[in-house]
Design a protein around this ligand. Sequence first.
Ligand SMILES: [Zn+2]
Ligand SMILES: [Zn+2]
Length: 282
Amino acid sequence: MDTVDLHVHTTASDGTYTPGETVALAREIGLAAVAITDHDTGAGVEPALAAGRALGVEVIPGIELSAGYGSGGVHILGLFIDPDAAALRQALGWIVAERERRNREIVAAMAADGIPIRLERLRAAAGDGAVLGRPHIARWLAENGYVSAVSEAFDRYLGRGRPYYRPRRRIPLGDAVRCIRDAGGVAVIAHPYEYGFEGPAWEAFIRAAADAGCRGMECVYSGYTPDQIRALLDAAARYGLAVSGGSDFHGAVKPHIRLGWGVAGEVSVPASVLAGLRAAKF
Ligand SMILES: [Zn+2]
Ligand SMILES: [Zn+2]
C-alpha cells in the first residue's frame, strides 16, 4: 500500500532535518508523498519541492498555523498552500513580529537575572528563514548547562506559570483558516486530542473549526490508539471533514516519532486520502 505523511517539520521551524534531508528520508522509506508543515512559515516548501522533483517524491506545500481558540491555542494545518500568497504572507508577518516581541521579553528577563543568552546568536545558530521561538531558547539552556534537557527548560523556566513564561497573542481561529483558504489551501484540524478538550467541549471545538472553514481533520497521528483513530474517523464523517494523517515528525528533538510511522507504526496513512483532501478545496 502506498502511504503518505501529511504533517512534517523541518529546520525551517523546529525540526532537525533540512527540507532536502526530509524528502530524501521520505524517499528512502518509500513514502508516496510528504507534506511540509512547518510552524508559521512556508520557508521550507521551496527547497522541499526542489528535492521532491529531483528524487521523485511528491511534496505537498503546507504550513501549521497556531491560532487562538477560547483562552488557548490550537493548531491548524494548511495543505496545498501557495506559501507566497499575499494573505498568508501578511498573517505570517504579524505572527513573526509577535513572536519576536515575546522572544525579546524572555531573553531580556533572563539577561536581567544574569543568564548570558543573546537573540542574535540564537538566530545565527537557527539559520536563515527559521522561526525563532521558545524551543530554540530551551535548546540553548540545555546546551549551556542550565538544564539537562529541553523538556526541563520548559518545566522549570519557559512553560506557562514558570518565571520566564511570556504570553503571546495569536491570530483567531477564523482568520487562520481564512488565510489558508485565501492561499489556495485546505485547512485541516491538527491533532484534535492535544488540546485538553473533552466531551461537549471537544465537539464544540470541532464544530467551531468546521464552521470557520476547516475542511479536513487529522485522524491518524503519532501516539493515537486504534480506538482514538476510529473515534476521529467517525467524527470526521459526522462533520463532513476529509481525513488526513501525519506523524508530526521533528527529527532528533522528538526522537520517538519516526517519519511515515509514528511511535509504533500507528501512522500508516493511505495515499488515497489525498484525493479526498484535494476535493475538499472546492
Ligand atoms: Zn501542532
Ligand atoms: Zn506539528
